[in-house]
Design a binder for this molecule. Structure first.
Ligand code: ATP
Ligand code: MG
Length: 283
């Protein structure tokens, strides 16, 4: 049995649960329950505040956790970050009032910075040799400069619109964050085995999300040229079409390459190009 802690309700909750479901793990996430047992995998899911997850994982109450890297760094507990999960991307940035003539990081010498992430901010300033003080506040950090509580803030930014609305401007990035899978560093062998199974499934889900299945028709004399544009997993599958002189090619293509390759395929004579999502991909 392995126990995984996920955020009870917040920005990470839906995607964390969806990831487990995509891994084929079935469970009921009934309303206000604090934990639930998976039906087809030896797993218990604990629903917690994200702030508490590092501590629960460090002391072994939970074996694994899903939360933002920012929260992992802030809590600074003994946990291993074992996988980046590719969602909840954001950055932790320093911001100051928009009319400040900001010369560079040295501006923060002697200043007060309000943040919910004081451990991270203090470490950042120490590494950079800046003497600033921090004010820890739990939420609505962006109002602190306006009410005279601090000279600047350090907070999570994704689009920056909250900063602008509060008359602030972003001046430094302190760290980039995304959701990560963390683990207790001393899992027993049985739990390690379950973790391996889970990681294998997560990788299949992530690979699938990055890739597309592509089918196209090609004149036989162009198969070689078109195949070279579609390295796929080994090499494309080539099947003859009913119409003489034509074949159907099947392959896997990375989403990032997609538009570039499509143009080249068309130029090489490919027709009837069909691209569809992949649910799981095991390399
Ligand atoms: P809890 O009640 O569990 O303590 P919370 O209020 O601390 O929740 P949320 O606002 O739900 O936290 O954010 C959880 C995590 O989502 C953050 O720690 C961060 O990693 C990420 N996150 C926060 N804001 C954004 C954003 N605007 N864009 C993308 N990711 C974000
Ligand atoms: Mg929190």
């Amino acid at each position: 049995m392995i126990r995984i802690a996920v955020q009870k309700s917040g920005r990470l909750s839906d995607k964390s649960l969806q990831l487990l479901k995509d891994c084929g793990i079935k469970f009921e996430n009934g309303g206000r329950k604090l934990s639930t047992q998976a039906k087809n995998f030896p797993m218990e899911i604990l629903f917690l505040r994200d702030d508490d997850i590092p501590q629960y994982v460090a002391n072994g109450v939970a074996d694994l956790g899903i939360l933002g890297l920012n929260e992992v760094e802030e809590k600074d507990q003994k946990v291993d970050v074992i996988k980046q999960l590719g969602f909840a991307g954001c950055r932790l940035s320093l911001a100051v009032q928009k009319d400040v003539d900001y010369p560079g990081l040295e501006w923060f010498n002697g200043k007060r910075v309000a943040s919910s992430y004081t451990t991270i901010v203090e470490k950042f300033f120490k590494d950079k040799g800046i003497q600033a003080t921090t004010e820890e506040i739990g939420g609505s950090v962006e109002i602190a400069p306006g009410i005279g509580l601090a000279d600047g803030i350090c907070d999570i930014v994704s689009t920056g619109s909250t900063l602008i609305m509060n008359g602030l401007k972003e001046v430094e990035t302190v760290m980039y964050s995304e959701a990560v899978l963390i683990s207790n560093p001393t899992l027993d062998n049985q739990k390690k085995e379950l973790l391996e199974k889970l990681m294998f499934r997560m990788e299949a889900v992530q690979n699938a999300a990055k890739s597309k299945y592509i089918l196209l028709n090609a004149p036989n004399d162009k198969i070689e040229e078109i195949s070279s544009l579609l390295p796929g997993m080994k090499s494309p599958t080539v099947l003859p079409l009913a119409e003489a002189g034509w074949s159907s090619l099947h392959s896997v293509i990375e989403e990032n390459d997609f538009w570039n390759v499509i143009d080249q395929l068309k130029d090489a004579g490919a027709q009837g190009i069909l691209v569809s999502p992949i649910e799981k991909l095991i390399a």
